[in-house]
Design a protein around this ligand. Structure first.
Ligand code: SF4
Length: 444
């Protein structure tokens, strides 16, 4: 698979290099929309976005235009995503609750089973066009680039991958040698999500990470030299023993590296993890809150768009894969512990058990009620900068549900916690910290 197949659209390239929007670009956008038979309403709503949805924030026309291009390409009615869970790690992190194993004994068998599972479960995405492929884990970079490449090729044999735009691999910094990166690009991977977590060695040791801060910096530089122009990094805040200054330095280091995307999550301690068993505690809530505010402020000043409660992106560099999740796009998850969604009411998942998976054990599934689906849509949408699309809500759940939603939102709109436009209701960034308690109000 050639990289050029997945390059970003001409539109994004033009807009980025010009650093602004001209009439010609506007016409290109409209022409693209026409060619892709976009729903007229989406076009109108997106073009009106800066005026209606974020009226209390500075208008940024570049974000608006690229957001339009992004939406039009990513959320067409027949789009889908593929997630591949590589359940192997070379070392176990203290906080990690994902399904994984340190034994690589069955790695080849699992990869072979994934190729079979892909074909078996292909009917779920029948008639849909794959837009994104995501290798998560675990640690996908315990696989050779060629092993990952063979699954990408397999996807090309089974699905329509002619429109795939983003192929992401989650990576550990110390796996990213020059040779590995070159081969990874060679098999079609065009985005890296590097699990850095902190640029402070003490934090990395506490978390039992494999890399040092210096190695993380080097990994990003090497990825850049290898030609990756879409790099995301993960950071964790709320860490025990880290001060606000420590956190600020980590964020500043991320900014200095010029990565396109940053995901920052609060540390959570699950009972069955090493942290849980050792009784490790997160930072006090007050400090965590300060860390989140510091993160938002520093990244805003550095020009990142805060497009989801935990995610920040440079112009046109939102995660297409995760955004597809948040938009309710169907996705197929392969591998032990992986989840899938049919885009309507059915969620399914492979049990997190290697033997069950290798024996071809069936996925389990549940059918969501209308109420559960509504709650999911509200919760996920309110975590994004666009918020809840009121007309889409009405189309999907009816006018009574829309009215009820707006009624619950009204007091929060009055207090300035939520913004309401003609088309959307969304959080003000400064209130995302209390979003959980506000979102809970929308549930019956
Ligand atoms: S955080 Fe990532 S690398 Fe660490 S144990 Fe979990 S899956 Fe493996």
């Amino acid at each position: 698979m050639q990289n050029s197949k997945f390059s970003h659209s001409k539109l994004e390239g033009v807009a980025r290099s010009a650093g602004g929007v001209c009439l010609l670009q506007f016409k290109i956008i409209l022409f693209e929309a026409f060619c892709k038979k976009l729903h007229q309403k989406l076009l109108v709503q997106t073009l009106l976005y800066p005026f209606k949805v974020v009226r209390r924030r500075p208008i940024n026309f570049e974000f608006c235009i690229l957001n339009f291009a992004f939406l039009s390409r990513t959320f067409g009615a027949m789009n889908a995503s593929l997630y591949i869970h590589i359940p192997f790690c070379r070392k176990l992190c203290g906080y990690c609750d994902f399904f994984k194993t340190m034994s690589l004994t069955h790695k080849s068998d699992v990869l072979a089973r994934m190729a079979v599972e892909m074909a078996e479960r292909a009917p779920m995405l029948e008639g849909k066009t794959l837009k994104t492929i995501y290798f998560g884990g675990g640690t996908p970079t315990v696989c050779t680039p060629e092993e990952l490449g063979s699954l990408i090729r397999r996807a090309g044999e089974i699905f329509d991958t002619s429109a795939v735009e983003e192929i992401t691999v989650e990576a550990n910094p110390d796996d990213l040698t020059d040779d590995y990166l070159r081969r990874l690009r060679g098999v079609g991977v065009n985005r890296l999500s590097i699990g850095i977590q902190s640029f402070r060695d003490e934090d990395l040791r506490t978390m039992n990470r494999r890399h040092t801060a210096a190695e993380a910096v080097e990994a990003v530089r090497r990825a850049r030299s290898a030609g990756f122009d879409n790099i995301s990094i993960d950071l964790i805040y709320g860490l025990p023993e880290a001060t606000l200054d420590d956190w600020r330095r980590s964020v500043e280091c991320a900014i200095a590296l010029g990565v396109e995307h940053i995901s920052a999550y609060h540390l959570t301690i699950e009972e069955r993890t090493p942290f849980g068993k050792r009784g490790v505690e997160t930072a006090p809530e007050e400090l965590s809150d300060e860390e989140y505010v510091t993160l938002c402020n520093l990244l805003r000043e550095a020009g990142y768009e805060h497009y989801e409660i935990s995610n920040f992106a440079r112009l046109g560099r939102r995660s297409r894969h995760n955004s597809a999740y948040w938009q309710g796009t169907p996705y197929l998850g392969l591998g032990p512990g992986a989840h899938s969604f049919d885009g309507s009411h059915t969620r399914s998942w492979n049990p997190p058990a290697l033997r069950h998976y290798l024996d071809g054990g069936a996925a389990e599934s549940e059918t969501l009620s209308e109420t559960e689906r509504y709650e999911e849509v509200v919760m996920v949408s309110l975590r994004t900068s666009e918020g809840v699309d009121l007309e889409a809500l009405e189309r999907r759940f009816g006018s009574e549900v829309r009215a009820r939603f707006c009624g619950v939102a009204a007091p929060w709109v009055e207090r300035g916690v939520l913004h309401r436009s003609d088309t959307h209701i969304c959080f003000d960034e400064s209130h995302w910290l209390i979003s959980d308690s506000v979102i809970a109000e929308f549930f019956e």
